[in-house]
Structures are given as structure tokens and as C-alpha cells.
Design a protein around this ligand. Structure first.
Ligand SMILES: Cc1cc2nc3c(=O)[nH]c(=O)nc-3n(C[C@H](O)[C@H](O)[C@H](O)COP(=O)(O)OP(=O)(O)OC[C@H]3O[C@@H](n4cnc5c(N)ncnc54)[C@H](O)[C@@H]3O)c2cc1C
Length: 405
């Protein structure tokens, strides 16, 4: 069964033209690495593997970047969704701190890519704010701030009296250069453009329907019968993993987003920083290069195959009301795009990168958890090295069987 993971009219696929359409597969071919999935994750893999001159092919069942990538809010932040203290229930503090540092490294990688290849995806470095408007959560935010300071992260603690924003803030953790934002649709296409020039072969409208493991390698069959032979496959299919494994990755929720029409000013939002609140369930906010506000959150449980339109409409209204309350100085807030989709959380907030514990030819790059896109960058870096024979110790943080019995 093919499940629907994205609903509604996404901002990024509506405001952008399709920069390039790739061919579908029309013959049997051979390669070394078969990347399955043409979202941002598969495209990041394509970039890192082709950069190392590894022969690879990317297969996308529908259109490039029309899955979760089309609706991701793309807040790129080194921090995870839960606080360091909360994460300690599931993983040692040392691991979460390592993940924070790796997040910063992944941010630097994106920055380096833009410096090298040009900014064709509205990339912008951003400070980030994590805040609460509840008195009873002040201590929690302060503790997170203290932990970050102790471990060398650059941050400031905001209180109601030092609050530069127009919304009610009782405590805030302001991280300098803690994040970035970009247009995920343009970024995915830019990655593929660069990678194609380095030899990556990309096929759209080419669904993998069967995987055959051979004595020396692996072969995938696609919709119209053409096959690709390789040494390994890497599953970068987002939430569609059922064809490859019975393994259950993460707990899925549906998360909701609205994008406003462009607004005329950003009063009450200095620096247009990335904002996340400390609520359960949380909300997140950013702006776009064409002066829109993106607001997201209001997560509910994901029920496979069922889309509750009434619930979605209610959530979109709540998000619009929320930004109007937070930013009274912005007078022309009006939601234009409304969409939602599946999101998978994991206990330690990290994704899954690496080989299947029982099958050396089956690799995964799944950006589940807090920072899907940054995890994909780490996956691209570490998995391409692994393919060339170097195991990065940090891969252990993301290993597939870390929650097994
Ligand atoms: C509303 C929302 C907001 C989010 N906000 C953030 C955020 O702020 N920051 C962040 O880091 N992450 C965020 N995420 C998570 C983010 O969406 C993901 O990390 C990222 O976009 C996933 O990209 P992907 O390429 O892994 O998946 P997808 O974009 O879904 O790509 C997978 C691709 O695989 C293809 N595919 C599937 N099966 C097959 C097959 N059998 N053969 C060939 N192709 C196949 C699909 O068609 C699809 O195009 C958010 C997610 C949602 C839903």
C-alpha cells in the first residue's frame, strides 16, 4: 500500500517553477550505488557520493522534491527538539551534546556548499530563539541555557525585561548563528544540478518496485521493468520504507503549516530569527526570502491512510490566529498556503544512518527526528566515507538497531 504523507498546497512547489525535469529510466543500467528517493535527502546523498567520484544513480518514483521536501519548513538548527535534560531519559547527555556539535558541523557544510556553488536557494544564516511564555517553564529554559553555556555553545538568556520581540516571552534561549534557512525545493534542485555535472544519473517517474539481493550486489526493478544493478542501495525514501524493511522507525505525527502572503514589515521580529516555543506540542516560525511568514506545529497523531480535513482546517486557523497574536505590529497577516504532512519523531531525536544490521547491501539515510535535513547532510558525509572504507565513530549515534530490545 502506498500511503499519502503530504496534504494540501505546499508553498515551495507553488511559488517555484520546475527548473529541470529528469528523464525516466528506459533501459537496464549498472552502477555502484543506487540511491532510492529524490527528495532533499536522496539529493544530498547524490551530492556527497558523486563528489567522491563514486558511480551512483538516483531513482525517484514521482517528481523531484514533491514528497516531504515540498512541505518542510526548513528550520535548520543544531539543537534538537527536546531539551538536553529531557533527552537524558533516553540517551546519555554526552550523545546529545555530540549531536548538537554535529548539527553545527552540518550547518557549516551547507554554508560551504553555498560559498562554493552560489546561493540559488534563498539560503540565509539565522540566529535562533527557543522561548516560553509560561512562568512554570522558566527554569527549564534556563537550565538548557546553562547546559549549553557550560559546554561551549554561544547563547544568551532572555527574560521578560530583555525581550526584544512583540510576543509574551518569560524566558528565552537566543543562539547566535545557531541556524539557517533556505528554500528546500530550490536547494534540492541545486544539489542535483551540481551532482549531475559530477556524474550522478537522476531518473524521475521511476519507482523501485522490487529489490533482489544477488551474490555480488543488488538489483532493483522499476515500474516498467527496467533494472538497475549496483553494489548497494541506500533507502532515502522518507517515510516510505515498507518496501525495504519491516522495521518500524519512529512515532509519526501529522504536523501542520501555513504560509502567509508576503507582509510589508516585520515589526516585533528583530533579525527575523528562527523561532520555536517550548510547548508540548511545539510551534515553529520563520520568514521567507519573499517576506512571508511560515508557521507550523499543532501536531496530532498520524493515522495511516486517513486525512481529517476538519481537524486540518482548525489547525490552520489556530496557526494564523497565533501569529496574529504574536506579531500585532504586522498588520497584513493572511494565510495563503495551508498544508500538512507526516513527521516522525524518535526518542533521542536522531535519525537513522547506516547499514541494515542484517544486510550489508541495504543502507539507510532517514532524516527522522528533530533535524531531518541536517541529519541527511551528516548521512551524506559519513556514508560516502563508509563506502570508501572509513567508519566514522559518530555513525554509532544514528545506528539502525539502537532501540532494539
Ligand atoms: C510540515 C513539516 C515540517 C518540517 N520541518 C522541518 C524543519 O523545519 N527542519 C527539518 O530539518 N526537517 C523538517 N521536517 C522534516 C523534513 O521534511 C524531512 O527531514 C525532509 O524533508 C525529508 O526529506 P526526504 O528526502 O527524506 O523525504 P521526501 O521528501 O519524502 O523524499 C522521499 C522521496 O522518495 C520517493 N520514493 C518513495 N518510495 C520510492 C520508491 N519505491 N522508488 C523511488 N522513489 C521512492 C518519494 O516519492 C519521495 O520523493 C518537516 C517535515 C514536515 C512534514
Amino acid at each position: 500500500m502506498s500511503l499519502q504523507y503530504v496534504q494540501g498546497a505546499s508553498l515551495f512547489t507553488h511559488i517555484n517553477e520546475v527548473p529541470k525535469q529528469y528523464a525516466y529510466l528506459t533501459q537496464n543500467i549498472s552502477t555502484d550505488v543506487i540511491i532510492i528517493g529524490g527528495g532533499v535527502t536522496g539529493s544530498i546523498l547524490g551530492y556527497y557520493f558523486s563528489r567522491q567520484n563514486i558511480d551512483c544513480v538516483l531513482l525517484e518514483k514521482s517528481r523531484i522534491a514533491f514528497g516531504s521536501t515540498s512541505i518542510t519548513t526548513t528550520l535548520l538548527q543544531y539543537e534538537l527538539d527536546s531539551s538536553l535534560r529531557d533527552l537524558e531519559q533516553y540517551t546519555p547527555l554526552e550523545n546529545s551534546l555530540k549531536a548538537y556539535k554535529l548539527g553545527l558541523k552540518a550547518l557549516d557544510e551547507i554554508d560551504a556548499f553555498i560559498n562554493e556553488q552560489g546561493n540559488n536557494c534563498d539560503y540565509e544564516k539565522k540566529d535562533t530563539l527557543l522561548y516560553t511564555s509560561k512562568k512554570e517553564e522558566i527554569a527549564e529554559v534556563e537550565e538548557e541555557y546553562n547546559l549549553r553555556k557550560t559546554h561551549g555553545f554561544s547563547a544568551e538568556f532572555l527574560t521578560a525585561s530583555s525581550n526584544p520581540f512583540s510576543f509574551d516571552l518569560k524566558a528565552g534561549l537566543y543562539a547566535m548563528d545557531g541556524g539557517a534557512q533556505l528554500d528546500p525545493y530550490k536547494y534540492t534542485h541545486q544539489l542535483l544540478d551540481v551532482s549531475s555535472q559530477k556524474g550522478l544519473q537522476v531518473f524521475e517517474n521511476t519507482e523501485v518496485v522490487k529489490v533482489n539481493y544477488l551474490d555480488h550486489g543488488v538489483e532493483v526493478e522499476t515500474t516498467y521493468g527496467y533494472k538497475v544493478k549496483g553494489k548497494i542501495i541506500i533507502v532515502a525514501t522518507g517515510y516510505n520504507t515498507q518496501l525495504f524493511t519491516k522495521r518500524n522507525f519512529g512515532v509519526k505525527t501529522t504536523t501542520f503549516n501555513i504560509a502567509t502572503k508576503p507582509v510589508t514589515s516585520f515589526g516585533g521580529w528583530p533579525g527575523r530569527v528562527l523561532i520555536r516555543d517550548n510547548s508540548s506540542t511545539y510551534h515553529y516560525f520563520r520568514t521567507t526570502a519573499d517576506n512571508r511568514i511560515l508557521a507550523g506545529g499543532e501536531d496530532i497523531s498520524f493515522v495511516p491512510g486517513i486525512f481529517n480535513e476538519d481537524a486540518a482546517l482548525e489547525k490552520y486557523e489556530l496557526l494564523e490566529a497565533r501569529i496574529k497574536t504574536m506579531f500585532p505590529l504586522i498588520k497584513d497577516i493572511e494565510a495563503e498556503y495551508k498544508y500538512c504532512g507526516a513527521f516522525a519523531s524518535t526518542q533521542d531525536n536522531l535519525g537513522f544512518l547506516g547499514k541494515d544490521p542484517k544486510n550489508d547491501k541495504l543502507w539507510y539515510c532517514l532524516g527522522y527526528g528533530a533535524n531531518g535535513i541536517l541529519f541527511a547532510i551528516l548521512g551524506g558525509m559519513m556514508l560516502s566515507k563508509l563506502y570508501l572504507g572509513t567508519f566514522d565513530e559518530n555513525l554509532k549515534l544514528f545506528k539502525l538497531d539502537r532501540f532494539d530490545g
